[in-house]
Design a protein around this ligand. Structure first.
Ligand SMILES: NC(=O)c1ccc[n+]([C@@H]2O[C@H](COP(=O)([O-])OP(=O)(O)OC[C@H]3O[C@@H](n4cnc5c(N)ncnc54)[C@H](OP(=O)(O)O)[C@@H]3O)[C@@H](O)[C@H]2O)c1
Length: 269
């Protein structure tokens, strides 16, 4: 029986690469996105659906459409997300809320909408795209990190109750990945009138941008997601792409002040 995965935010980056990879591996893919118009599928196994994670009706319609077109859904990948990055003091409440509406409440909304279906069939898998920034932090990412730390706490707690009713939950923690994340999708927050911050912003942002030039590929993350979906284990977390495995291991192993020193050494140099 061909399995089916529904992916949010499949228009670019990790979502798109995962859609292609799962289709190559013989899965059906419900590739969902805010604007599916004009998309050309790379495989007949991929179908597009409109889904905005901040719009519950669109989530319900996409889930119903995929179930009716493919005969069921076996896995849901909560991938849609973006980074609101910059000086916290310059962020309006509107931008702060938008960051949480997408990365946290959007992910919870999709999860809420699929759970009755998974519970009724006593099986299913939820794959949440967190980040190595769900357990570590970098300067100027206070809003983004707070959403990913929320995703980590939400997912780790939720996986216990879901496991008890036959549903698996997996978390993927990508490292620095070359996608639209740091360009088209970035919500850069700054106010040059806040002069005191500007030297720091310049130094830190230039070092952060530099790190994206050596980022890993979306395909690397897609392969880890596929492993998470198919390894049959109850493992919860999967770091994916450089430098996530190393950085997350260091975070566990070395004292916090050393770790913070390491981050400052890289970003404030
Ligand atoms: N790239 C990295 O270094 C990195 C590292 C760790 C974690 N991640 C996480 O990986 C996930 C995917 O990001 P990416 O790197 O692949 O970046 P990306 O290429 O910018 O993709 C982000 C996707 O999210 C979609 N999206 C944004 N808001 C949405 C909404 N309200 N409803 C539905 N879709 C929405 C975008 O859709 P539109 O095309 O409509 O804008 C786009 O398809 C995110 O959760 C991100 O936080 C990325």
């Amino acid at each position: 029986m061909t399995r089916t995965i529904l992916i949010t935010g499949a228009s670019s980056g990790i979502g798109r690469a995962t859609a292609d990879y799962f289709a190559q591996k013989g899965w059906n893919v419900a590739a969902t996105m805010r604007s599916p118009e004009g998309q050309k599928p790379s495989s007949p196994r991929i179908r597009y659906y409109r889904l905005d994670v901040t719009d519950t009706e669109s989530i319900r319609l996409a889930i119903d459409g995929a179930i009716s077109d493919f005969g069921g859904i076996d896995a849901v990948m909560n991938n849609a997300g973006y980074g609101a990055v910059g000086v916290f003091e310059a962020a309006s409440m509107e931008r702060i809320k938008r960051q949480f509406e997408t990365n946290v409440f959007g992910l919870m909304n999709v999860t809420s909408c699929i759970l009755p279906y998974f519970r009724a069939r006593k099986s299913g898998m939820i794959i949440n795209i967190s980040s190595m920034g769900g357990k570590t932090t970098f300067p100027l990412y206070s809003l983004y990190h707070s959403t990913k730390w929320a995703v980590e706490g939400f997912s780790e707690s939720l996986h216990y109750e879901l496991r008890a009713i036959g549903i698996k939950l997996k978390m993927i923690e990508p490292g620095v990945i070359k996608t639209d994340f740091n360009t088209r999708s970035l919500d850069f927050i700054n106010d040059e009138k806040l002069a005191e911050y500007q030297p720091y912003v310049q130094t830190a942002m230039s070092n952060i941008e530099q790190s994206y030039t050596t980022g890993d590929t979306s395909e690397t993350v897609a392969k880890t997601i596929y492993r998470a979906a198919t390894d049959g284990s109850s493992r919860l977390r999967y770091p994916a792409g450089k430098p996530a495995p190393l950085l997350l291991a260091l975070r566990k192993l070395i004292p916090e002040r050393w770790f913070i020193g390491l981050v400052r050494g890289q970003i404030e140099k």
